[in-house]
Ligand binder design. Structure first.
Ligand code: SF4
Ligand code: SF4
Ligand code: FES
Length: 283
């Protein structure tokens, strides 16, 4: 139990237990760190204090802990990790709040569904590959001025705006029981290109994930984006598509942007059924 300063009801020190891993495929291990308490820290600032100490809680010199971050304002999606057992953004995880739930220590682990590069940094390539699978973009057929785009109805804007806030953080897929971890090792003599192709093939067979389903619905509901609606539905009705969702609804519970993922999944399910029926009769 941490000693509390009675006047402020705050601890003198914060213990931070970190699940570390020295490289891809290496055995993970736990390491305890301790920093002096300061008010209004977030988890990234805790990691920065730990990096500047470069020692563990026993005062032993250790390699700096590695983590990912960018914007520090819950926009870029790069700082996702498991904090006290819950997947979330470390830049917006406030330590004072976390200590209210667990005053003994903070527990930091990498995301569970992606290969670890080192410590808390993971390879989220599969997340972005899924966006390629569903063509999560508005197509352009030229770069000259085509004039203003088609106007969107207010209802369409209201439906699309929440979905457009997705920052590809991966919280939803990390919490999804249907999204299984894929970690491949480069084989002896395999070229970088062959290894990349093998990884992409494995990713393309696996569950695409709620974020990609939601982005497919966003772009299918866009006046220009809907030009690729059929190709998106083809991807969502193929291997690892919408049928892989078990409707556990964990995804919507952890999305930091509160994106209505299960609504998107419901819309995608209906659109996929209509697409399949139409395809059958168009044969
Ligand atoms: S609703 Fe589907 S996508 Fe969301 S957590 Fe459940 S299985 Fe995964
Ligand atoms: S849907 Fe939410 S949880 Fe999933 S990647 Fe987008 S912002 Fe993150
Ligand atoms: S650093 Fe960008 S979301 Fe946390």
């Amino acid at each position: 139990m941490i000693a509390f300063d009675a006047s402020q009801k705050r601890p003198e020190f914060i213990k931070v237990r970190i699940r570390r891993q020295d490289g891809p495929g290496e055995k993970p291990y736990w390491e305890l760190h301790q920093i002096t308490y300061e008010p209004e820290l977030n988890v990234i600032s805790v990691l920065q204090r730990i990096a500047s100490q470069a020692t563990n809680s026993d005062g032993k010199k250790v390699a700096p802990v590695t983590w990912d971050c960018g914007c520090l304002e819950e926009v870029c999606g790069s700082c996702t990790m498991q904090i006290n057992g819950r997947v979330r953004q470390s830049c917006s995880a406030l330590v004072d709040r976390l200590l209210e739930d667990n005053e003994d220590e903070l527990v930091l682990e990498p995301m569970s569904k992606f290969p670890v590069i080192r410590d808390l940094m993971v390879d989220r390539q599969r997340l972005f590959r899924a966006l390629e699978r569903v063509k999560a973009w508005v197509p352009v057929d030229s770069y000259y001025n085509l004039g203003p785009g088609e106007r969107q109805l207010r209802d369409t804007q209201e439906q699309n705006y929440p979905l457009s806030q997705c920052m590809s953080c991966g919280c939803c897929v990390d919490a999804c029981p249907q999204y299984k971890k894929i970690e491949l090792k480069k084989e002896a003599g395999e070229t970088d290109e062959a290894f990349e192709a093998r990884k992409e093939a494995a990713y393309d067979e696996s569950f695409v994930g709620p974020h990609a389903i939601s982005q497919a619905m966003l772009f299918n509901n866009h006046p220009t984006g809907k030009a690729l609606a059929g190709e998106r539905l083809e991807a969502l009705t193929g291997p690892g598509g919408i049928q892989a969702c078990g409707n556990a609804q964990n995804c919507v519970a952890v999305c930091p942007k509160e994106i209505p993922l299960t609504t998107s999944i419901g819309r995608a399910g209906r659109a996929a059924t209509m697409y399949k029926i139409k395809k059958f009769f168009d044969k």
